[in-house]
Design a protein around this ligand. Structure first.
Ligand SMILES: N=c1c2ncn([C@@H]3O[C@H](COP(=O)(O)OP(=O)(O)OP(=O)(O)O)[C@@H](O)[C@H]3O)c2ncn1[C@@H]1O[C@H](COP(=O)(O)O)[C@@H](O)[C@H]1O
Length: 108
């Protein structure tokens, strides 16, 4: 499976925080409030991405997107899913237009 090093490395650290001390680790703190703690943050960060995009502030959009991706990775870890599996799904979709995929969905 394809690895994007930074995603795999961050996922390794996130997984290693399971059962960790919420006083010394932000990820352990999220796990201590699982599943809703990280889910709530994904909702908040998604809203912040929308606001940053509306503002047209490039650096802010990158910053908020990193926050959103990171919190999604915590949610994936809670579900026992690796980022490589999401990347594999994106790779599987490569070259298939969303319009074509949607049309095929209706036929089946
Ligand atoms: N990539 C991140 C990362 N991105 C964002 N954040 C944290 O996510 C939180 C984002 O929350 P907000 O922006 O809403 O700020 P806030 O209001 O202070 O947050 P809350 O009080 O609402 O939780 C902040 O505390 C950020 O520091 C992250 N915390 C950790 N990581 C990675 O996770 C690893 C493990 O972190 P620890 O478990 O803390 O050691 C780190 O080494 C990093 O690689």
């Amino acid at each position: 499976m394809e690895r994007v090093a930074v995603l795999s490395d961050v996922a390794d650290v996130i997984d290693s925080r399971k059962g960790g001390d919420p006083k010394t680790s932000y990820v352990a703190k999220l796990f201590s409030k699982a599943p809703d703690g990280a889910l709530k943050k994904v909702g908040e960060e998604a809203a912040e991405v929308i606001m940053a995009a509306k503002d047209g502030d490039r650096d802010h959009l990158i910053y908020e997107t990193a926050d959103l991706w990171f919190h999604c990775m915590v949610v994936l870890s809670q579900a026992g899913i690796r980022p490589e599996e999401v990347l594999a799904e994106l790779a599987r979709r490569e070259g298939t237009s969303g319009l074509v995929e949607k049309a095929n969905r209706k036929e089946s």
